[in-house]
Design a binder for this molecule. Sequence first.
Ligand code: NAP
Length: 254
Amino acid sequence: MTHTENVVLVTGGSRGIGAAACLRAAELGHGVLVNYVSNRQAAEEVVAEIERAGGKARSVQGDVQSEADVLAMFAACDDFGRLVGLVNNAGVVDRHQRVDEMTLERLNRMFAINLVGSFLCAREAVKRMSTRHGGKGGAIVNLGSASSKIGSGNQYVDYAASKGAIDTMTVGLALEVATEGVRVNAVRPGIIDTEIHASGGAPDRVAKIESSLPMKRAGTADEVAKAIKWLLSDDSSYTTGAILDVSGGRAILP
Ligand code: NAP
């Protein structure tokens, strides 16, 4: 197997924003490791699309809430090349519920995937990219959500809170590794037209909400991916700890 020089790992790269981020990361000339949890075929399609465009990519199965899986994913990175970027994209929503209806099982799953998974992946990325650990630097891009500002009452306050913690982690980790060649930023999407809404039991969410959005439309996965690409690239070399709203104007006020 050929050893690619620079590699970007995108968690949840098989569909939606993650898949678009994989395609855009490949444009930077990096090899792309496309993580998925269950939809292997979708991940392989992303790999094939990158290869058709002349890039290098591999897929890797792994559930970000499992430390063993995360370690195996990063071992696959090491086998592929030198890690220069992590997109902490894997995330889930759940059915619309009030907090007084939420089970412990639901809460544990939400925070394990959206928050702990992002921490585990960030930890492994810093170990490889930070000059403190002998690395040569890199960039981490976290996926937040406009829900962290809105709170998403009567929908999923647990999801919004997990994303609020992502905002905080982004700032704290950015400061922690600022002198170590690692930049840490987040994009904070608004309503983006992906399958995530159907997975939370609301397949018509985008159609229902669109007319109330400032731009009267949802965003596309690629519109978010283009911001992720910039934050991964050297064009954003003086940007760290930033949380970039990619929300078409939704929830831009503090
Ligand atoms: P999506 O279309 O539902 O895709 C989710 C991706 O995450 C899939 O690739 C899925 O893999 C993967 N995944 C799910 N659970 C995982 C786990 N435990 N371990 C590893 N991978 C896992 O989601 P999306 O809309 O693109 O959202 C991507 C990110 O953006 C999420 O963090 C989400 O919270 C955030 N975001 C989305 C919106 C929006 O409106 N869409 C708005 C704000 C923020 P499989 O294909 O194998 O299932």
